[in-house]
Design a protein around this ligand. Sequence first.
Ligand code: SAM
Length: 300
Amino acid sequence: MNYRHAYHAGNFADVLKHSVLFALIQALRAKDTPFALIDTHAGSGCYALDSEEAGKTGEYRDGIARLLFPDLHQADKAASSALPSLLRHWLDAILALPGNENGLKLYPGSPLQVARAMRDIDSAQLCELHPEEATHLRELFRNDHRVHVHNRDGYEALKALVPPKEKRGLVLIDPPYEAQEAEYRLIEAALKAALQRWPTGIYAIWYPIKQRSQVQPFLRGLQHGFARRVLRAELLVHPDDSPLRLNGSGMVILNAPWNFDQVLREPLQAMARLLSKERAAEWRLDWLAQDNETTATSPT
Ligand code: SAM
């Protein structure tokens, strides 16, 4: 377990992951009844962007900072001016974090973003295997009765945590992929077990894209026998042909809310525009499975 998210917090992959997460929480909040969030790989919850770790990689500068300060990167200022409201609200929530009053100093991880977006009636179960990260999480949420921290394997815990008593909500699966093949097998097994116990839950899985061929079998597998609706959203800042670097990332959402593709379309377009590097970033948004199967696409 060498992975530490502090080196990567706020990078272009977090921008995709956390803006999609934000949109899912907004969709869950549209109903008055409570929901549960289960984060199987929670990290430490909040990251200082002036830490030694963040400073070593500076990854947030090509991620969240590009959305917040687009004029530094865009020659065409008009193109960067209007952000879709989903992204505007997501960025506002990050800047409203205590500690960010004078600019972006802290980047909240998924647990803190969710905790700030959910209501008093909602609840969160956070799993984190690394003892130090789990200790940070406990400290962060020690006064929050809605949030429960588990220092244990997230895949194992998931079996015990579903279905939640609220009977509606979201599972976020965001592992480190230190061994890609093995991680995909773990995700598939965990999803199968969880879906059997809680077929109506929403499951959002983040995945890295280095070489397209590494992720293809997983995406193809999701087309059959997992959930009736599977939406895929991807953002690539480099071509997906090199195993040596993170070229892009994606989220697949099982049991995605109806019309969730329409919620994500404009934000993805805007993210691609703002996160482009030496070439235009690419994005994909399609249903890998859908109730009406004729409209689902085969992943390429
Ligand atoms: N979800 C977090 C966010 O968006 O802010 C980032 C999570 S980071 C990508 C992955 C985390 O999973 C690391 O903190 C790592 O220690 C933890 N981890 C690795 N294997 C795990 C396992 N089997 N169960 C739970 N946590 C695990």
